[in-house]
Design a protein around this ligand. Structure first.
Ligand SMILES: [Zn+2]
Length: 475
């Protein structure tokens, strides 16, 4: 029996499975259903419409169910859960219902990189999350995160779709600090920063009470060398967003996918300069100390991470406030509780590939031949697919699928080398075409999920729930 959502005069549900799913809307009169596209019929006590999961119906759902219209999340504890397959949201809903406390979910979250790789449009991502939220019976606020945007074109297409959280990724503009760096600032884009060297030095030379916010001159020079271009880039992206947004949006700034950790002094520099240039942002994802690799536990001593997070949060409180954002956040069970504590819950968690991995794990359990193909394609593609991700898996430490018994395939999803290879292999797997252009593995994985939707929802509730429970706000 499908879950039902009641909003005003409407009762909505999504029934069926996979691509055969349909929207059903019941209301006291046929006039109440005019916004929806489908076939209306008289029914006991009113009218009922059944229609496709089309963009028009997704827009009509959002217009008529106020809480499913994404909004900026603000400073509430929140988590974003990506869905590469467009089937995960009902399970995500259950994870938040059971384990999320008052946490705000971001069901629609996909990076520009993933959308491009999978040829998904921002509108498809948002609409899939909207229908999934109806299907799962979600009855509270949602956000929608246009993640890791790197161009104004990315901003434009995500604005057109209705995303409300914009994650601006300045990673490509972060400069390495060479060994023996002597403090020269020749490369700093002073014009774009509306600044000059003397003014910069003067701004940071005053007495600062809070030791966390103090930046020495050598630290300042390093910070300006490393992040000056990132500030200029972020300001340009931000101004483009604000000039073109016709509804309320919020901004997260990300430099997490870069080589060297963001020091506290560098965080102070970034925040001070962005503020000076009029940027108003809601979350910041620094490059943290230790290892934040895809799909595996935090690498490094957790007490060092906690101490560093407390300092980042002190900067975010003093110069914001804005939230601290944990990206590549899946599978890091040793740090969720301490991250929530270190930030007083002003925390956002992002996971993206985990829900895909849960689907792959179901293949390992229920369709060994499909899993073997997914695994083989991921292994073969790894040299290329690892390039845009932080992973350390070594192909030589993973067996060939033909050397693994069916009963042991699930272990390949669990072990970190093969798990990371599967994690970043999604593009090669889902986009693989046979000679007549069919994306067979994508189709077969969807068929597996659609045969028993309950199985996938249950797996996601449990696994995503393990991420949410330690950081849920006390309500
Ligand atoms: Zn990230």
């Amino acid at each position: 029996m499908a879950k039902e959502l009641v909003s005003g005069r409407l009762t909505l549900s999504v029934f069926g499975s996979g691509d055969a799913r349909r929207l059903r809307v019941a209301a006291p009169t046929a006039e109440d259903l005019q916004a929806f596209d489908g076939t209306a019929a008289e029914a006991a006590g009113g009218a009922v419409l059944e229609g496709p999961l089309s963009p028009a119906n997704a827009a009509a759902v959002r217009a008529n169910v106020p809480w499913l219209q994404p909004k900026p999340v603000g400073l509430h504890t929140s988590a974003g859960v990506g869905d590469r397959l467009g089937r995960a949201t009902p399970g995500h809903v259950r994870a938040f219902q059971t384990y999320g406390g008052g946490m705000v979910p971001v069901f629609a979250q996909q990076s520009a990189r993933e959308m491009d790789r999978l040829e998904r449009t921002p509108q498809e991502v948002l609409d899939s999350a909207t229908f999934g939220a109806v299907q799962g019976g979600w009855d509270r606020q949602v956000g929608a995160d246009a993640d890791h945007l790197k161009s104004t074109h990315d901003i434009d297409r995500c604005l057109a779709a209705g995303f409300t959280s914009f994650t601006l990724d300045a990673g490509d503009t972060v400069n390495a600090v060479p060994a023996g760096y002597a403090g020269e600032l020749a490369g700093v884009p002073w014009g774009a920063l509306e600044d000059d060297e003397a003014s910069l030095l003067r701004r940071y030379s005053g007495d600062v009470q809070d030791p966390v916010l103090r930046v020495s001159e050598p630290e300042l020079r390093r910070a300006a060398h490393k992040y000056g271009d990132a500030v200029a880039y972020t300001v340009a992206m931000y101004r483009h967003l604000m000039a073109n947004a016709s509804y309320e949006v919020e901004v997260e700034i990300a430099v997490d996918e870069t080589d060297d950790p963001t020091t506290i002094a560098e965080h102070v520099y970034l925040a001070t300069e962005l503020k000076r240039l009029g940027v108003n942002w809601n979350g910041f994802a620094p490059r943290y100390v230790g290892g934040f690799e895809k799909g595996v536990e935090y690498i490094g001593p957790t007490d060092v991470f906690a101490a560093s997070l407390r300092e980042h949060f002190a900067v975010a409180s003093a110069l914001g406030p804005y939230k601290i954002s944990l990206h590549s956040g899946s599978d890091k069970f040793s740090i969720y509780g301490l991250a929530a504590e270190a930030t007083g819950g002003m925390l956002h968690l992002k996971t993206s590939g985990t829900s895909y991995l849960e689907a792959v794990q179901l293949a390992a359990e229920f369709s060994p031949s499909l899993f073997r193909e997914i695994y083989d394609v991921s292994r073969e593609a790894y040299a290329g697919s690892r390039a845009s991700y932080t992973v350390s898996a070594d192909l030589d430490r993973t067996p060939l699928s033909r050397d693994v018994a069916d009963a042991d395939l699930v272990d390949l999803v669990m072990r970190s080398d093969s798990r990371q290879i599967l994690h970043v292999g999604y593009g090669a797997v889902l986009m693989l075409q046979d000679e007549n252009g069919t994306r067979r593995l994508d189709d077969e994985l969807h068929a597996l999920l659609d045969a028993e939707p309950e199985r996938y929802a249950q797996a996601l509730e449990t696994y995503i729930g393990r991420h949410l429970e330690p950081m849920r706000p006390v309500v």
